[in-house]
Design a binder for this molecule. Structure first.
Ligand code: HEC
Length: 112
């Protein structure tokens, strides 16, 4: 299974420019964006203490039906859709892109 180390590497290359190297929303591009990148270390705290795994996944993956909505963050799903691994969501094993599974493990591990 992909783990948090793989996720950290993917995060550094694809997410840190906006969200910051420590995922606190302070990347070098943040000041130039129309919306502030979220602090990703407080996802659990802002969700009553539980890591919002399914919501984080769907946000990162993107939703083609929401493509018309104003959204600053790019959608990553298209490029990831071919290499799937099973990840448990609410007790159900769900095919999930390998890099996203790694990213979720990483994000869950950095919650404050
Ligand atoms: C171009 C800048 C940019 C990049 C690159 C980017 N993000 Fe974001 N992200 C944002 C912004 C801005 C938001 C706030 C909502 C919005 O406007 O889209 C956000 C929101 C989020 C959220 C929702 C947080 C919440 O509060 O619910 C998650 C999760 C997230 N990003 C994860 C990631 C991950 C993981 C990556 C890399 C795969 C990534 N982002 C890459 C700019 C970016």
């Amino acid at each position: 299974m992909p783990d948090r180390v793989d996720g950290a590497a993917f995060f550094a290359s694809n997410c840190a420019a906006c969200h910051g190297a420590t995922a606190q929303g302070n990347g070098p591009l943040a000041a130039d964006l129309q919306a502030a990148p979220s602090n990703l270390t407080t996802l659990s705290r802002r969700n009553g203490g539980t890591f919002p795994k399914a919501r984080a996944l769907s946000y990162i993956y993107g939703d083609s039906e929401q493509a018309h909505l104003a959204r600053v963050m790019p959608q990553f799903g298209g490029a990831m859709a071919e290499d799937l691994v099973p990840v448990e969501f609410d007790g159900i094993m769900t095919p999930t892109p390998r890099v996203l599974a790694a990213l979720l493990a990483y994000l869950e591990a950095i919650q404050e």
